[in-house]
Ligand binder design. Structure first.
Ligand code: SAM
Length: 436
């Protein structure tokens, strides 16, 4: 009998996903119900089932079980975590330090005594007398971070920010690496709910009537405690996943060949889309609140290391020539409508986006085993009526690396994509390539 990864190599996978049938492969719909995924509602995540299907299909194509899988754009860690349930060794790259911690917090194994001890240090039975929370930890954050803010607008009241800083200091002083990372991630994931902003597919905005909304440090504490309880349950319940190992690279996916020297059976990922969505912006509150950024230079450095899929900062868009006639046609069309574009650098950004993706795909082709596969969830974009047909362009670019098209399938759900800021009709596609 062929030793392949079927969809159900382990009963824990069923229990984790609850055999749900109301999911959409390309979205995180229903993720708040799923253990681990509920630690942070990550709008741009795909469903674990997307990964499970990709592993099962690759296993069939290889005629053996899949042993390793790489995700160069880790996000909230869906691929790596699903791989652990499927007994596949996961390699993940993520450039955003908060998200990298979120991924590792899900993948790590825990010592429950050490975790309980750490929690009791963060929430001592009696608060030490005379130590008042201070907000000085946020002195380098953008001026709107803290009350009084700018023109009367701010994200956190001084009392809530003070409590975040106090909890964070206690967490950062913990000795056990795994509990320190986990508690930092859970605190960080909890802060937006206690801010005056909400994050949607369209980015960040102030809540309606936020001035009347009362949020207290006690609210923060009680949500944080609940999150710790939930996370501790998830960790214990699924501690016996068949794969406990993982490799997390905290770095830039464009340098895959530098980080990964071994052969990998498959890749599964969803890259940023060329839709000017900047992850550093969208997760900026978390990055500052969790202490992942401590100066505006840190913020800029992080933006510069992300894929060139946005125009938020001035950066070099130059790149070597690319082999895609569809891209050349698209760039010509974009140049023709340049005056109508909301940002004049969009044609260069789109071009640089594909140069970056070309580098990632080239890097993956180098580490992929023969007949190994790449599964991508990609989304089209549109600027001034010009469609950016992402899957078509990537397919053309991939030929150069001996990657042939297996299938290009629109996702079943054509609902608006969160990555696309809620616009309807833009196609999201599952693109499958195989190494010849
Ligand atoms: C669409 S999200 C991935 C979501 C993921 N599939 C999930 O289910 O959670 C894309 C991710 O790519 C990351 N990213 C952007 N530029 C990157 C780069 N140059 N190297 C590595 N990761 C990058 C972003 O921080 C973001 O987390």
């Amino acid at each position: 009998m062929m030793d392949t990864n079927t969809y159900e190599p382990h009963f824990l996978l069923h229990s984790w996903l609850r055999d749900r049938d109301d999911y959409f492969l390309s979205t995180n719909a229903g993720a708040t119900e799923i253990p681990f995924q509920r630690w942070k509602s990550f709008k741009e995540a795909f469903a674990p089932e997307f990964v499970a299907n990709a592993v099962a299909e690759t296993s069939k194509a290889l005629g053996r079980r899949v042993e390793s899988c790489i995700d160069p754009f880790g996000g909230s860690g869906t691929s790596a975590l699903t791989c652990q349930f499927l007994n596949v060794f996961p390699i993940t790259i993520e450039v955003n330090p908060y998200l990298a911690d979120l991924i590792e917090a899900k993948l790590a194994s825990y010592n429950s005594d050490a975790l309980m001890k750490s929690v009791s240090r963060v929430f001592p039975k009696r608060e030490p007398a005379g130590r008042r929370p201070t907000v000085s930890a946020f002195s380098s954050a953008p001026p709107t971070f803290l009350e009084p803010g700018v023109n009367g607008r701010y994200l956190f009241s001084r009392s809530v920010a003070g409590r975040i800083a106090q909890l964070r200091d206690r967490i950062l002083a913990l000795k056990d690496d795994d509990s320190r990372r986990l508690l930092r991630v859970l605190l960080t994931s909890n802060v937006v709910a206690h801010s005056n902003a909400i994050i949607s597919g369209k980015g960040r905005r102030y809540r309606k009537n936020w001035q009347e909304r009362k949020v207290s440090p006690q609210d923060l504490d009680s949500n944080f405690s609940q999150m710790i309880t939930n996370a501790a349950y998830d960790i214990r319940r699924y501690a016996h996943r068949p794969m406990k190992d993982y490799r997390l690279v905290r770095g830039d996916a464009r340098n895959i060949s530098k980080y990964v020297r071994r052969t990998v059976d498959m890749a599964v990922f969803s890259p940023p889309y060329p839709n000017s969505f900047d992850y550093t912006d969208v997760y900026n509150i978390e990055l500052w609140a969790g202490g992942y950024l401590s100066s505006s230079t840190d913020n800029r450095t992080l933006r510069m290391s992300t894929l060139r899929s946005h125009v938020q900062i001035k950066r070099d868009y130059s790149h070597p020539p690319l082999a895609s006639s569809m891209l050349n046609k698209t760039l010509k069309q974009l140049n023709e409508v340049r005056d109508a574009l909301w940002n004049k650098s969009i044609p260069e950004m789109v071009s640089a986006y594909f140069a970056d993706m070309d580098k990632v795909i080239g890097g993956l082709a180098r580490v992929l085993t023969n007949r190994g596969r790449i599964y991508m969830a990609v989304g089209d974009s549109r600027y001034a009526g010009v469609d950016i047909r992402v899957s078509k362009i990537l397919t053309e670019l991939a030929y150069r690396y001996n990657l042939q098209l297996v299938s290009e399938t629109p996702f079943r759900s054509m609902r608006s994509s969160p990555q696309q800021g809620g616009q309807l009709e833009l196609a999201e596609t599952q693109l499958v390539l195989e190494k010849l």
